[in-house]
Design a protein around this ligand. Structure first.
Ligand SMILES: N[C@@H](CCC[C@H](N)C(=O)O)C(=O)O
Length: 293
């Protein structure tokens, strides 16, 4: 009997955008489907390939019905999972790395194209050595409270005596943004555990800690839902810029933001109720991997 009976070997690529890293799995005929155990194996930095998330590259005709119904002109579905196997609606950095994979593999034939995500269709355009993604509409998670006070919850951080005020935003996925007061050093924050957020969002949240540097320029660290601290989060950078802009009174002349993250720099452009993200994207390795039996 051959030794490889029952063994599943699949193609993968490894990519990153501002060091938010992903394992991409082409599923060009709809397979492989990946269960949570296979995702956590692929994302494991010791036993598997390693990544903050795992992204299946799925032709739209093989996407789930609810995605196909809202796909507009998108020909590809970004099926995103977090490091822990959980499903996330959106990944901003992931859209650029996904776009890089499609372009490098000749899977799109125009420089601008659309991709379907669980949070709707996102439009990609080339930008510098990477891409810009129209992340689409954003909104405050709890508009009435937030509009009144600019803060709608609190986050407890290790080492701070009192919980810090925070603002929650919906970018297709959930974010809670904290503006650090002067006495707390962004670089010294202990993000080894998920910060305690109150009120706790039903489906969890990504938490961004922000230091304002100059007008239109912030620095940020993030604890991602389903992952832990990462070197960057694209939707998180957009949420951080939007919250800082909101706190500043939404100045009309301050729509372009530079967001420094541990893994590099991202651009955020606010356009009314829409927001766009730009930054680099690289595919750094491709190969084959055998899934655990
Ligand atoms: N890193 C991503 C966000 C990935 C999903 C997030 N962890 C969630 O669960 O919402 C980004 O670049 O936006």
């Amino acid at each position: 009997m051959p030794l490889n009976v029952g063994v599943t070997t699949i193609a993968f690529a490894k990519g990153e955008g501002t060091l938010n890293d992903f394992v991409l799995v082409p599923a060009l005929d709809g397979a492989p489907e990946l269960d949570a155990r296979e995702v956590t194996f692929l994302a494991d930095r010791r036993a598997g390939i390693g990544g903050d998330g795992v992204i299946r590259v799925v032709p739209i005709e093989h996407a789930p019905e609810e995605i196909r119904q809202r796909a507009e002109d998108a020909r590809w579905f970004m099926d995103y999972r977090n490091h822990d196997g959980s499903i996330a609606e959106m990944c901003g950095n992931g859209t650029r790395v996904f776009a890089r994979y499609l372009v490098d593999h000749g899977l799109v034939d125009t420089p601008e194209f659309a991709i379907a995500t669980r949070a709707g269709v996102k439009r990609i355009t080339p930008a510098g050595d990477g891409f810009a993604t129209d992340l689409g509409p954003w909104r405050l998670a709890r508009p009435a409270d937030a509009a009144e006070r600019g803060m709608d919850g609190v986050v407890q951080v290790v080492g701070a005596e009192d919980p810090l005020p925070a603002l929650s935003l919906d970018l297709g996925n959930p974010h809670t943004v904290v503006a650090l007061p002067p006495g707390i050093d962004l670089g010294a924050l202990d993000l080894t555990h998920a910060p305690h957020v109150d009120p706790h969002p039903e489906h969890g949240t990504n938490v961004e800690f922000v230091r304002a540097l100059d007008p239109g320029h912030i620095s940020m660290r993030v604890h991602e839902r389903g992952v832990g601290e990462t070197q960057s989060c694209g939707t998180g950078a957009a949420a951080a810029a939007l919250a800082t802009w909101w706190w500043a009174g939404q100045p009309a002349g301050q729509l372009d933001w530079r967001v420094d993250v541990p893994g590099g720099t991202l651009g955020v452009h606010i356009a009314g109720d829409r927001v766009a993200l730009s930054g680099p994207a690289h595919v750094i390795a491709e190969g084959q991997v055998t899934l655990p039996g």
